[in-house]
Design a protein around this ligand. Structure first.
Ligand SMILES: Cc1cc2nc3c(=O)[nH]c(=O)nc-3n(C[C@H](O)[C@H](O)[C@H](O)COP(=O)(O)OP(=O)(O)OC[C@H]3O[C@@H](n4cnc5c(N)ncnc54)[C@H](O)[C@@H]3O)c2cc1C
Ligand SMILES: *[C@@H]1O[C@H](CO)[C@@H](O)[C@H](O)[C@H]1NC(C)=O
Ligand SMILES: *[C@@H]1O[C@H](CO)[C@@H](O)[C@H](O)[C@H]1NC(C)=O
Ligand SMILES: *[C@@H]1O[C@H](CO)[C@@H](O)[C@H](O)[C@H]1NC(C)=O
Ligand SMILES: *[C@@H]1O[C@H](CO)[C@@H](O)[C@H](O)[C@H]1NC(C)=O
Length: 501
């Protein structure tokens, strides 16, 4: 007697996966070759150079690494030349636009070349097409200023210091999104450098699948050098930040929930976000960011914003009274509010709107986070943002994106801050514990949504796998066509990858 253990046919040889790891080239050699290719004219700088430190500054101190060299291209042709060299010699590299990533190693690299697009920050506006052409290394401030002259604005960052490139390739939440959709929905054309160095345009006429995949696809397909953007006319822009005591928690959350599940679609010129925070002394703040993309009298605001400003929620006060301004002016105010230079980590998840779940999640956040309050410089934030019907409809009407959102959700995020690198390990523990408990709580309530917002994602989150089967399938096809050797997976260690790459 014998037993057949297994029956199989065909070969047992496992074929090499697409994107099998290449042997990486020596980074010092790569820097030297790059420097030579650019005739040693100063486009490549080393740690000993005077300009290295300024080029290597990040919004989050914890996102800073020490690249072997930093390369600053002047134009798209320079980017193409460098990518060809990287591909040919298997050089590891990172791509940086505004350096606002919350994650170490995403727009930074320890052993490799950092391509920093900061010098490619040109913004031009065409009075005939009414489009703005924006190079990837610009900050939203540059864009707002350049187009304001023509009395138009763009669907860009809430904080004016954020970089154009990372923001648009990850989605892009704007104060104008309830009317116009994600920032990335308003891209008319991407100029992109592919792995083989080809410079191509992706838009509604050519490279259409790539065009869609890039809207949420981050750095997986190439280096985007320039975006052509829709512009919109906005008479005025008014924003304010209200601050509420803990005793107002429930009333505030109820009012914001009502707004987020109804009023937001009644008046999509409005935009309201909730943010709670506390620090090492456990002193907390409950903040509300309310803005309106037209004239607004703070003493007599539009109907949907009134409940937050008329005193009906106990002890509401305005932390930032704002006069009629522009999107850029509000973005600068927010920038002053969100101070740079700390160590930080942020995670995200999404839920089906539900008031009692929100209150429960808030409690979970307080409970887990306060165990870490003895960490030097500790601060913790909990926030949410509705993605409602008109926003989703605006995305669809512009051709859609790769994020796979079909119906209203709340995007949540939690963020922690601390001051010393010695606490990185402990805070990594908080990161995992907190998001796991929050997700479990939402799952238990049957309200956890798969989708996760890339630009708010933590490095341990596998964001793109949460875009949905159809979207991921399409991105995989685009990946196979435009980056068949998986250069942007294997040579670029950082960033959120497409599953399997
Ligand atoms: C203070 C602050 C405020 C923020 N406010 C908002 C907000 O209002 N709305 C919102 O939606 N998000 C906001 N964010 C999140 C922000 O959108 C992301 O951090 C975004 O990635 C920043 O873009 P960046 O160009 O500055 O990032 P970088 O750190 O330079 O890059 C981020 C990622 O994108 C990749 N990348 C960058 N440029 C390119 C390119 N040209 N081609 C290919 N890949 C590229 C990088 O490799 C990296 O993986 C904010 C972040 C901070 C820190
Ligand atoms: C890379 O090359 C440099 C200079 O030749 C050398 O000092 C260094 O040890 C090499 N690094 C590795 C990891 O081989
Ligand atoms: C912008 O608006 C201002 C004020 O209404 C007006 O004076 C100016 O001419 C406008 N500029 C353009 C380019 O339309
Ligand atoms: C903690 O937060 C409160 C309220 O915002 C603030 O007044 C206080 O200065 C903060 N303390 C520390 C140590 O940061
Ligand atoms: C903003 O401008 C409008 C229209 O000119 C005016 O009615 C309103 O009072 C202004 N608001 C503020 C806060 O200045």
């Amino acid at each position: 007697m014998f037993t057949i253990v297994a029956v199989f046919v065909g070969s047992c040889l496992i074929p090499p996966a697409l994107g099998a790891p290449l042997a990486l080239g020596n980074s010092s050699t790569c820097c030297g070759m790059l420097d030579n290719a650019f005739l040693r004219q100063g486009k490549v700088v080393y740690p000993a150079s005077a300009s290295y430190g300024a080029l290597n500054t990040y919004w989050a101190q914890s996102s800073q690494e020490m690249p072997t060299c930093i390369f600053s291209p002047s134009n798209t042709q320079d980017v193409s030349t460098a990518v060809k060299l990287f591909t040919k010699n298997s050089c590891a590299f990172a791509i940086r636009s505004g350096g606002h990533s919350y994650n170490p190693g995403f727009s930074s690299i320890y052993d490799g070349v950092l391509m920093s697009l900061g010098k490619m920050n040109k913004v031009t506006y065409s009075t005939t097409s009414k489009c703005a052409k924006v190079q990837s290394g610009a900050r939203w401030r540059n864009v707002y200023q350049a187009v304001e002259e023509y009395n138009v604005t763009v669907i860009g960052g809430q904080n004016a210091d954020v970089g154009v490139g990372g923001y648009l390739l990850g989605g892009g939440i704007s104060f104008l999104s309830n009317e116009y959709g994600w920032g990335t929905d308003n891209v008319k054309n991407f100029e992109i450098v592919l792995a083989n160095g080809d410079i191509v345009n992706a838009n509604q006429q050519s490279n259409t699948a790539l065009f869609r995949a890039l809207k949420g696809g981050s750095s997986n397909f190439g280096i985007v050098t320039e975006f052509t953007l829709n512009t919109v006319k906005v008479n005025a822009f008014t924003g304010t930040v209200g601050s509420y005591p803990d005793s107002s928690n429930d009333a505030l959350m109820e009012a914001i929930f009502k707004y987020s599940t109804g009023d937001v679609d009644v008046d999509p010129k409005s935009h309201v976000i909730y943010l709670a925070s506390f620090n090492e002394t456990l002193e907390g703040q409950n903040l509300l960011f309310a803005s309106y993309s037209d004239f607004m009298k703070l003493e007599d605001p539009p109907k949907v914003i009134k409940p937050f400003l008329d005193g009906s929620i106990p002890s509401g006060q305005l932390a930032i009274p704002q006069k009629n301004g522009t999107l850029g002016a509000m973005g600068d105010i927010l920038n002053a509010f969100q101070s740079a230079g700390k160590r930080t980590t942020r995670q995200t998840m999404s839920i089906i709107p539900d008031l009692s779940l929100l209150k429960k999640l808030r409690e979970v956040w307080v409970g887990v986070s306060k165990k870490y309050k003895d960490v030097a410089g500790f601060e913790s934030e909990f926030a949410f943002q509705p993605i409602a019907n008109k926003w989703i409809a605006a995305s669809k009407s512009k051709g859609g994106n790769s994020m796979g959102i079909e119906s209203p959700i709340f995007v949540l995020w939690v963020q922690s801050f601390w001051s010393a690198a010695a606490d990185d390990g402990r805070m990594g523990g908080l990161e995992t514990e907190l998001i796991t408990q929050l997700q479990d709580t939402a799952k238990a309530a049957g309200k956890l949504v798969s989708y996760e917002y890339l630009n708010y994602g933590g490095s341990k989150q596998d964001i793109i796998s949460h875009y949905g089967t159809e979207s991921v399938y399409n991105m995989v096809q685009v990946k196979k066509k435009y980056d068949p050797q998986n250069v942007f997976g294997t040579l670029v260690p950082g960033g959120f990858k497409i599953p399997g790459f």
